[in-house]
Design a binder for this molecule. Structure first.
Ligand SMILES: Nc1ncnc2c1ncn2[C@@H]1O[C@H](COP(=O)(O)OP(=O)(O)OP(=O)(O)O)[C@@H](O)[C@H]1O
Ligand SMILES: [Mn+2]
Length: 412
């Protein structure tokens, strides 16, 4: 009898402690309410909310002084010196490079440099072994180096998946060059569309290692090169006898290369430090980098967000200024906005006054309007992408509003 009572008591005690542990555990789990709270607190959603509430001020065109941009567009479309001029022209282009620019937005020779990139005879062709994607290094008449990034996709192609998916987009390089002028940040190397014949322009002047990778696929000439992602089964091929691509002026100086504090992990499941600690990450960066570098990184983020280049894992500087080199991963999906490209802006909530003025002056559809006046633009970009850039500009405005409302915005 006694024994039975003891067992009963023991059983009751066990059940009670089990229940207690259960209650503690349940309390620790986030309730549906706090789950909802986490969601609403998500910075991206707050920014999108701001975007929906943006005032008309951000959606209308204002009267601005367009002189600088008009000169840029005009010069890009104009040729002043003879088509055959070579070395002196390249020397002019070299003289433009300084810590604030890779080209001179208002030079009367800008159009000539673009034209020379596009049409000067190719004296030598080699593999460009820098980076991980297929690139050719071409020496143009007048002894100027240039990088050729081939076309892999038609402009209508939509790249799905993570923001860094897919191969390079040659059109993104060229549109980035145009955008750098529109944003008055001439930090993208001059760049143009170019069509080359692998048989006529490349093979006769190609190095042996490049020649070895020129092949025929279904009677079409293709090239696969040598690089980390290069593969004989996935060559870049001519269309109607010509290989299209971006030809980019090689800037002949030494850059410093740094890892971006906002680089991605490139793994779906693993978060980067800037994704883990959204509210305190900027402070950590500030403890390591000077203000100028952070302000540069924020401007780069805005630039990248507009074209959706989410692949700036490292950046290069020239005398302390961040350059916009390697813009090949933009224009992937015009129907998607990867807001986290803006992390440097919404985590630090600061911006140069000059950039903020430039951005506001572009409201009401001006970026699209200016891009539409650039050389070959309709071959490079669809209306969907042009509209996407305008939509993303509104998201940049919304991000500034997000910072302002939290009393965090610092205009410097
Ligand atoms: N126009 C240029 N002038 C001078 N150097 C350049 C230019 N473009 C690229 N480079 C150099 O070549 C390197 C590789 O170029 P790029 O980043 O475009 O290649 P990538 O294959 O896309 O590389 P990754 O896979 O690392 O992104 C750059 O880091 C830079 O140092
Ligand atoms: Mn790249």
């Amino acid at each position: 009898m006694f024994k039975r009572k003891q067992i009963f008591l023991l059983f009751a005690l066990f059940t009670l402690s089990f229940l207690l542990v259960l209650i503690v555990l349940i309390k620790k789990l986030p309730s549906t309410e706090s789950k909802v709270k986490i969601k609403v607190n998500n910075i991206e959603e707050l920014i999108l909310e701001e975007a929906h509430q943006l005032s008309n001020y951000f959606k209308t065109k204002r009267s601005i002084n367009e002189t600088a941009i008009k000169i840029f567009i005009n010069e890009l479309n104009k040729i002043v010196i003879s088509k055959n001029t070579t070395e002196p022209l390249w020397n002019i282009a070299r003289s433009w490079v300084s810590k604030t620019q890779l080209y001179n937005m208002s030079s009367i020779y800008l159009g000539d440099v673009i034209y020379a990139l596009k049409s000067n005879k190719i004296l030598k062709a080699d593999i460009d072994s820098r980076g991980t994607q297929l690139k050719l290094f071409l020496t143009l008449e007048g002894n100027q180096g240039a990088i050729f990034k081939p076309k892999w996709y038609n402009k209508e192609k939509i790249i799905h998946g993570p923001v860094y998916s897919g191969k390079d987009r040659y059109n993104s390089e060229i549109v980035a060059f145009y955008l750098s002028g529109i944003l008055q940040k001439p930090l993208v190397p001059p760049c143009s569309i170019r069509k080359i014949s692998l048989q006529k322009d490349i093979r006769p002047v190609a190095t042996a290692r490049l020649k070895d990778t020129i092949i025929f696929v279904n009677e079409t000439t293709c090239v696969y090169g040598i690089c980390y992602y290069c593969n004989e089964k996935e060559p870049a091929c001519e269309e109607n006898g010509l290989l299209t691509g971006a030809i980019i002026l090689n800037i002949n100086t030494t850059f410093n290369i740094y890892k971006s504090p906002w680089r991605r992990t490139y793994r779906n499941r693993k978060k980067a430090p800037w994704e883990e600690n959204e509210h305190h990450y900027c402070q950590a960066v500030q403890n390591k980098l000077p203000e100028k570098r952070i302000l540069d990184l924020i401007e780069v983020a805005i630039f990248d967000f507009l074209i959706q280049n989410g692949d700036r894992h490292r950046y290069e500087t020239l005398q302390d200024t961040i350059l916009l080199v390697d813009n090949g991963k933009g224009l992937g999906n015009p129907f998607k906005d990867h807001i986290d490209i803006l992390a440097p802006l919404y985590q630090c909530c600061r911006l140069r006054k000059s950039m903020w003025t430039t951005l506001q002056n572009l409201s009401g559809g001006r970026i699209k309007e200016y891009l539409q006046q650039m050389p070959y633009v309709y071959e490079l970009i669809t209306h969907h992408h042009l509209d996407a850039i305008e939509r993303r500009l509104l998201i940049v405005y919304a991000t500034i509003q997000y910072c302002k409302k939290r009393d965090k915005l610092k205009l410097i």
